[in-house]
Design a protein around this ligand. Sequence first.
Ligand SMILES: [Zn+2]
Length: 189
Amino acid sequence: MSRILIDIGHGFYCGSQNEERFDPGAVNQAAVSEFSLNVVSAIALQQRLQSLGQFAAFCPYGLSRFDRGLAAAGYDCFISVHHNAAGKPIKQQYVRVLHNKNSHTAQDRILAERVAEAIANILTITNFDAEPANLEVLRAARKTNVKASILTEAFFIDQGLSEAQMRIMARNAGYAIAQAVHEYFYFGG
Ligand SMILES: [Zn+2]
């Protein structure tokens, strides 16, 4: 059994004055927030991982981005679940899965590639492939002994899809991420 920590991107966090703040992430023209879809996807991800015999938990509530990454200590895998927004029409929907720019091992990139492929297949959208990025949450996860850490952006929420369609897509993306992560660890990375 592998231990997987899931960060539901955005949501509640602790401000600099110790006050509780809420970050909805991107919000589309129909007022659907990225956070609401991240929740749908992350719950599907956790449920599917558990049904596959893995241990999957959510990041503790209210942490900063950096502390969410540090919470990966003691886990095998860290996954920050997000969705994308372009702010303008794009030619086609595509998947992005990010891994830390300065990773010392190839593990993050390999997992990111497999997860990107799984999401693209289940949603039948373009695979933009794994991409290195300099993100606070992934930098922090890299400071722990976690074996692989990635950030998923399954699809764009501002391209005219209905909320019902996007919720189904977010759930399916969560299942696909779970399947790819399970196979990655089950077959030894
Ligand atoms: Zn986000």
